[in-house]
Design a protein around this ligand. Structure first.
Ligand code: NDP
Length: 333
C-alpha cells in the first residue's frame, strides 16, 4: 500500500486529487497538512482523512510513503526538498517552483535520493491529447507545420485569490496556464520549444503587476511554430488545440480542461473523421502512472524534467513580455 500525505489543504486536492489517489488499488491518504491547525482539522474531517497536522516535520515524520504538494507555488521548492530528504516520493503541482533553476534543484535532489518526482501536468493524461499525439506520430497529418492552443478561460470566483493578487506566491496566468500549454505542446508534438515571443496584459482582474492574459508564439526544434493564448478573463471563449500538417489537420475542441471531454477531428483530402479516445479521468490516470513509477515500472506521465521544461518555457515567456524581445528556452537539463 502507498500511504499518501497531502501537503496543502487545497481546492485541487479536494476537487480531483483525493479521488484520484483513492481510485488506485493499494493506496490511501493518511494525513493532510495545512499551515493552519483549524483548516487542517476541518479539511481532514470533511474529506475523511485520519490525521491532520500543521507542520511539515509532523507530516514527514508520520507513516507515509509519498506526498502530493498542492500549496501555493512559492512553497513547492522547500516542501519538495524536505520530502525528498525524508525519503518520500513526490507528486508536485505545476509550476514546480518559481524558476527553472529551482525546479532543477528538485529534480537533482530526487535523482540523487532515488525518489520518484512527478509533475501534475494533467493534460498529458487526456485521451484527446494522447489521440492527437498518436495520430501525428502515425503520420496522419503528414509533416506537422504549426499548432494553435486556445486556453483562455474565466477564473472561477472561488479561485480569484492568490493567482491574481500575489506575485510573491507565483500568481499570474503564465505560471498558472502557460506552463500547461507549453507542456501539452511538447507532449502532443513530441518536440521541444527553443524560443518564445510573448505579450501579456492586465485586463481588469489581476492586480499587483500580475498578468491575467498572455499570447505566446513558440518556435520548436523541428521548425514547427505554435501560438498559445492563456487568460483568466474571457467568459465565453471556449478552448481548443489544433495541429496543422502537410497532409492534414487535427482540430480539437473543448480539450484544455480538467475533465475527460471534448472532440478531436482529423481533416485530410479524404474528408473528416472524428477520432475516438478514452474518457478516463485525467488525474486518475496520472496517479496510476505515478504508482507504477513508485513500483519501478516506467515513469510518471509528466516527470520532474518535464516540469523543468514547462517552467523554463513559462519563465522565458515572462522574460519576453517584459523585454519586448523573443527569449530563448533552455531547461539546462
Ligand atoms: P488553493 O488556493 O485552493 O490552495 C492553495 C493554498 O491556499 C492551500 O494550500 C491553503 O494553504 C491555502 N488556502 C486554501 N483555502 C484557504 C482559506 N480559506 N484561507 C486561507 N488559505 C487558504 O489553490 P489551488 O488548489 O487552486 O492550487 C494549488 C496548487 O495546485 C497550485 O500550485 C496550482 O498551480 C496547482 N493547480 C493545478 C491544477 C492542475 O490541474 N494541475 C489545477 C489547479 C491548481 P494551507 O495548505 O496552508 O491551508
Amino acid at each position: 500500500t502507498v500511504k499518501w500525505g497531502l501537503i496543502g489543504a487545497s481546492t485541487i486536492a479536494r476537487q480531483f486529487m483525493i479521488n484520484a489517489i483513492r481510485a488506485q488499488p493499494n493506496s490511501e491518504i493518511t494525513a493532510v497538512m495545512s499551515s493552519s491547525p483549524e483548516r487542517a482539522a476541518a479539511y481532514a474531517r470533511e474529506n475523511g482523512i485520519p490525521f491532520a497536522v500543521s507542520t511539515l516535520d509532523e507530516l514527514l515524520g508520520s507513516d507515509i510513503d509519498a506526498v502530493y504538494i498542492s500549496t501555493t507555488n512559492e512553497l513547492h521548492l522547500e516542501q519538495a526538498l524536505a520530502a525528498i530528504r525524508a525519503g518520500k516520493h513526490v507528486l508536485c503541482e505545476k509550476p514546480l517552483a518559481l524558476t527553472g533553476a529551482d525546479a532543477r534543484k528538485m529534480v537533482a535532489a530526487a535523482k540523487a535520493a532515488g525518489i520518484v518526482l512527478g509533475t501534475n501536468h494533467h493534460l498529458r493524461n487526456a485521451g484527446s491529447h494522447r489521440a492527437m499525439r498518436e495520430a501525428i506520430a502515425a503520420g496522419r497529418i503528414g509533416k506537422p507545420i504549426a499548432a494553435r492552443v486556445f486556453h483562455s478561460v474565466y477564473l472561477p470566483e472561488n479561485l480569484q485569490g492568490w493567482r491574481i493578487t500575489r506575485p510573491e506566491a507565483g500568481g499570474g496566468v503564465v505560471l498558472d496556464i502557460t506552463v500547461h500549454d507549453a507542456d501539452t505542446l511538447r507532449f502532443v508534438l513530441d518536440d521541444d520549444p527553443l524560443e518564445v515571443s510573448a505579450f501579456t496584459q492586465a485586463a481588469g482582474m489581476a492586480a499587483g503587476g500580475l498578468e491575467d492574459g498572455a499570447m505566446c508564439i513558440w518556435r520548436f526544434k523541428s521548425g514547427i511554430i505554435a501560438q498559445s493564448h492563456e487568460g483568466f478573463t474571457t467568459k465565453f471563449a471556449g478552448t481548443g488545440f489544433e495541429v496543422h500538417g502537410s497532409e492534414g489537420s487535427l482540430i480539437a475542441k473543448d480539450v484544455m480542461t480538467q475533465k475527460p471531454i471534448g472532440s478531436v477531428l482529423l481533416r485530410t483530402a479524404k474528408g473528416e473523421e472524428e477520432l475516438s479516445f478514452d474518457r478516463e479521468d485525467l488525474y486518475v490516470r496520472s496517479l496510476r502512472q505515478l504508482h507504477a513509477a513508485i513500483r519501478g515500472e516506467g515513469q510518471p506521465s509528466a516527470t520532474g524534467e518535464d516540469g523543468v521544461w514547462s517552467l523554463a518555457a513559462a519563465e522565458a515567456a515572462l522574460q519576453s513580455a517584459k523585454s519586448g524581445k523573443s527569449a530563448a528556452i533552455d531547461p539546462k537539463l
